[in-house]
Design a protein around this ligand. Structure first.
Ligand code: ZN
Length: 257
């Protein structure tokens, strides 16, 4: 009986590990998606910054064109004076006023152009930063993705190994006891077994177990269950607790020698 109980404890341990592995494997795509989020954010920022720079560059080009047009208009006005089209003082005053006005407008356009040139410089710097951040995010994501996807292989391999181990272990457990274990495993969320503490309480439901049952569990001569939660009981006071599984493995290894 002691051996059967130890086998069940090892089985519960392996079952727990199998569940954990399956859960980890299931979560990999979720983790990959989470790792990709910073990259998506960096790409979006890059996109927006690039659009901003395009807009500023277009605005600068438009103002440059406007300036060229204005310069042409001024030189046309000046040509009129050179070509002697201005004869009277009144005409000269009107001409001068027109040129002053055109130059004033040119000055305004130049100011606007300077502002836009600054803006383009700033946006270029921002784009360079966004570009570097995006490349860094790409690099980080590639590393994380490789690592996560690489871990799938390791998880799958361990799943195969532990599944085989479980099969071998289950085969060694007495049939009706294994059935009880399997039923409890389903109804008790993977915890078919419960330890009995030094103080005599069930570690799963925390209720106090009858002293006779406690002493029987301690001796380990028969398979007993908790009358409250129905779990199969094992002695967890001392010295088995936590070592039963490895003891069985040693035992199994010795047997197979
Ligand atoms: Zn219990």
């Amino acid at each position: 009986m002691k051996e059967d109980l130890q086998r069940l404890m090892s089985l519960q341990e392996v079952d727990g590990r199998l569940e954990e592995l399956a859960d980890r494997k299931k979560r990999i795509p979720e983790l990959v998606a989470a790792a990709q989020r910073p990259l998506h954010a960096a790409q979006a920022l890059h996109e927006v910054t690039k659009k901003d720079l395009d807009t500023s560059t277009k605005q600068r080009k438009a103002v440059e064109d406007e300036l060229a047009v204005q310069e042409q208009a001024i030189s046309k006005l000046q040509d009129r004076a050179i070509k002697g089209a201005i004869k009277t003082n009144k005409e000269f005053q009107a001409h001068k006023f027109e040129i002053d006005l055109a130059k004033k407008k040119k000055g305004e356009i130049e100011e606007q152009l300077l502002m836009l040139m600054d803006q383009v410089d700033v946006k270029k710097k921002e784009l360079a930063q966004a570009d570097a951040a995006m490349k860094e995010a790409e690099r980080k994501f590639a590393v994380e993705k490789t690592s996560l996807e690489g871990s799938v292989g390791a998880i799958e391999q361990e799943l195969v190994e532990q599944t085989q181990r479980r099969k071998d272990m289950a085969a060694a457990v007495e049939k009706s006891l294994l059935r009880t274990y399997e039923k409890l495993r389903v109804s008790r969320k993977g915890q078919a077994l419960a330890g009995v503490t030094k103080e005599g309480s069930c570690m799963a439901c925390r209720l106090q177990i009858q002293p006779q049952v406690v002493s029987d569990v301690k001796r380990g001569m028969s398979v007993l269950t908790c009358i409250y939660c129905q779990r199969i009981l094992y002695w967890a006071g001392e010295p088995y607790h936590g070592t039963a599984a490895s003891e069985l493995e040693k035992e199994t290894a010795e047997k197979s020698d």
